[in-house]
Design a protein around this ligand. Structure first.
Ligand code: DX5
Ligand code: ZN
Length: 222
């Protein structure tokens, strides 16, 4: 299994967004996590297509777009044109999740399904084979810098077991309050993509990325 760090640019300095992305990409982060918020599904509004299109020039790394948007199916073509490689939609925000996941795949992109903390993993039972990734939210989405919700670790375990039982091997991403301190327990639980905003962009971003990658290497070599 591949272990990937996905720095969330919500934690970056927006006056130097391109440089911040280049820094974490050159330090070895394989995904760039882009949090799109609509002010309806979540309380806050972040950024959308024009910003994603502008920063697309900064790196060739995978653009992992986390859509915290009601009915995100409306924006799949726009997000693809802006430079998305992977679109992750919330199960709670899609009236027809099966259709939306198909739309993403038909657009030639990787499809992810995200779950709020209160949403049980079982809601994905039937659509699991359509997903390239499942995102387990470990904070209530909407803001960076929140505290990790401990029961998210149990959800990751349950989800990995559910996948293994079915012979499926999608990526499991965890997002919200991820730090150098809790990273290892999340890998042990079965996650293989960690999103981190504040833990990456506070102080020295390149050094923080290197620390996360060290935890991944140690875990793989265990
Ligand atoms: C929260 C976003 C996260 C956020 C993570 O709604 O989905 O991606 O930027 O930030 P930290 O790592 O600071 O919790
Ligand atoms: Zn996110």
């Amino acid at each position: 299994m591949e272990y990937i760090l996905a720095p969330s640019i919500l934690g970056a300095d927006f006056t130097r967004l391109g440089e911040e992305i280049k820094t974490v990409a050159e330090a070895g982060a394989e995904y760039i996590h882009l949090d799109v918020m609509d002010g309806a599904f979540v309380p806050s509004i972040s950024f959308g297509m024009p910003v994603i299109q502008a920063v697309r020039k900064a790196t060739d790394k995978i653009f992992d777009v986390h859509m915290m948007v009601e009915e995100p199916g409306r924006y799949i073509t726009d997000m693809k044109n802006a430079g998305a490689d992977l679109i992750c939609v919330h199960a709670e925000a899609c009236c027809h999740l099966d259709r939306t996941l198909h739309q993403i795949k038909e657009a030639g992109l990787k499809a992810g399904a995200a779950l709020n903390p209160a949403t049980p993993v079982e809601v994905l039972e039937y659509v699991l084979p359509l997903t390239d990734m499942v995102l387990v939210m470990s904070v209530n989405p909407g803001f960076g810098g929140q505290k990790f919700i401990p029961y998210a670790t149990e959800k990751v375990k349950k989800l990995r077991a559910m996948m293994e039982d079915r012979g499926l091997s999608a990526d499991i991403q965890v997002d919200g309050g991820v730090t150098l301190e809790n990273a290892k327990e999340l890998l042990e639980a079965g996650a293989n993509i960690l999103v981190a905003g504040s833990a990456v962009f506070k102080n020295d971003a390149a050094a923080n990325v290197a620390e996360f990658l060290k935890i991944f290497r140690e875990f793989q070599g265990r």
